[in-house]
Design a protein around this ligand. Structure first.
Ligand code: ATP
Ligand code: MG
Length: 458
């Protein structure tokens, strides 16, 4: 018999190498290569799910099937799932420790069990008693939720066969392992095998399967990136686990729009939906120096978020730039533009930018508010009251238009803002808007002039 070939796989990017190396040749991460145990079984499981008759058929002859969705009775969760739980879907829920992954899954299990579905909750991390304690706090009850405190995949598989559940939750994919694989739980081989087996189950039996995944210190879902490729939907919990608000984001969704977010508040009784969330990240709304408010689009909704900054004289030879909730490279570029194109001297100062409430803003429309917050902190003067700042900044300091400006401005008006600083390119389309004073600007220097006049610069 041929000796099985050894293969080493990166736990971050999933790329394979024939020999062990300290640094992954693909993604450059150190110490991430793990030996992969080659077995036929997981492939068989995946193939069972994917290979149909093995004959190509004409597109028109494929029998159409309506996607059947079930509401979880948690509107914010339904929203990120694209309208509810889809039969046969394979969903990964990731997030930091203690953020609320088990809580939301148990609440979902309760609601679906109440509609008569048989839900199997496989708990590899907590005992049945621990789960019961949490469940009692959340008001979970019912005979249709079956709890299985088990980590061995083969036994889980047997139970699934016996019980024939309508929905399965596995908490967590890192804790379960198979006896066929000679690798510890949580290793790349085990995660691949476990996910392959569960995917086979979801696809062949049409049972929706939710798996909970841990995240690494860098914020990746632990295990190869491939795990995210295998599943239909990736939901990701964001937010500060010490704060009250949690954001559940659909990072990937084969059954609905990606990028949609759900907002929850962590309470003693579980995760409560926030009904009108657009103002919850507004903080003090730009009333203090170093604070500016912008309107950002998340999925199908608009949120007003406070961007804060602190500019202080550096005590280092190289000034420090720290950004939380905004891309760090973007901030560095923005500060260079402010210095070069508007003459605001910042290279002697440490600069911190923070998006309030644990929110993350990835779109370039955040630029103007970040620049205004930095300038406001630098001169220690608050921005004009009731001001919202929206715009992308180019490398020459020019203001670039952003999409859906009208919707953003209407939301700002609804939340009581009276002034809007916007790119000139957006102004024309807004001439019918009433209830807010628009200040269109062409260049960042015009925007900064609003606070620099008469102020003492650093
Ligand atoms: N009595 C309580 N009142 C309010 N919030 C609570 C209470 N008990 C727990 N919590 C919240 O629930 C969180 C834990 O939720 P949960 O166990 O669902 O998180 P998790 O993401 O599954 O964590 P892990 O990664 O450890 O499994 C705690 O961090 C805390 O915020
Ligand atoms: Mg948990």
């Amino acid at each position: 018999m041929a000796k099985p070939k050894k293969l080493f796989r990166c736990s971050i990017c999933g790329s394979a190498s024939e020999k062990w190396q300290g640094k992954c040749p693909n993604c450059g991460e150190w110490n991430t290569l793990e030996e992969e145990v080659m077995v036929e079984a997981p492939r068989a499981a995946v193939h069972a799910a994917q290979a149909r008759e093995g004959v190509a058929i004409a597109f028109d002859d494929i029998a159409g099937q309506d996607v059947s969705r079930r509401s979880t009775a948690i509107e914010e969760l339904d929203r990120v799932l694209g309208g509810g739980v889809v039969d046969g879907s394979f969903v990964l829920v990731g997030g930091d420790p203690g953020i609320g992954k088990s809580t939301i899954m148990l609440q979902m299990a309760h609601n679906l069990a109440a509609t008569g579905m048989k839900v199997l909750y496989v708990s590899g991390e907590e005992s049945a008693v621990q789960l019961k304690l949490r469940g009692e706090r959340l008001g979970v009850k019912g005979r249709h939720i079956l709890v299985l405190p088990e980590v061995m995949l083969e036994r889980i598989q047997e139970q699934i066969k016996d019980i024939a559940p309508d929905l399965i939750v596995v908490d967590s994919i890192q804790s379960v392992f198979s006896g066929h694989i000679d690798a510890p739980p949580g290793s790349v081989s085990q995660i691949r095998y476990g996910a392959g087996m569960l995917m086979g189950l979801a696809k062949s039996a049409g049972i929706p399967v939710f798996i909970i995944g841990h995240v690494t210190k860098d914020g990746w879902i632990a295990g190869p990136k491939m795990l995210e490729h295998m599943v239909d939907t990736v939901l990701y919990f964001e937010g500060d686990s010490s704060g009250a608000f949690r954001v559940l984001r659909a990072v990937k969704n084969r059954f609905g729009p990606a990028g949609e977010i759900g907002i929850f508040e962590m309470k003693g009784t579980g995760l409560a939906e926030v009904r009108d969330p657009s103002g919850i990240f507004m903080g003090l709304g730009g009333k203090l120096p170093g604070s500016a408010v912008m309107a950002t689009i998340e999925g199908s909704r608009i949120f007003l978020v406070e961007v804060q900054s602190l500019v202080s004289r550096t005590t280092f030879s190289m000034p420090r730039r720290t950004s939380i909730g905004m891309d760090a490279n973007r901030l560095t570029v923005l500060l260079a533009v402010m210095e070069k194109r508007t003459g605001m001297f910042l290279s002697g100062s440490d600069v911190v930018v923070n998006v309030a409430g644990g929110m993350k803003v990835a779109e370039p429309a955040v630029d103007l508010s970040a620049a205004m917050a930095v300038a406001s902190s630098a001169v220690d003067k608050p921005l004009p009251p009731g001001l919202v700042c929206i715009g992308e900044i180019g490398l020459n300091g020019e203001l670039r238009s952003v999409s859906q400006m009208e919707a953003r401005i209407r939301e700002a008006i609804r939340l009581g803002f009276t002034n809007a600083l916007i790119p000139k390119g957006n102004a024309e389309a807004l001439h019918t808007i009433k209830g807010i004073t628009l200040t269109p600007v062409e260049h960042l220097s015009e925007a900064l002039a609003l606070i620099r006049k008469g102020a003492k610069e650093p």
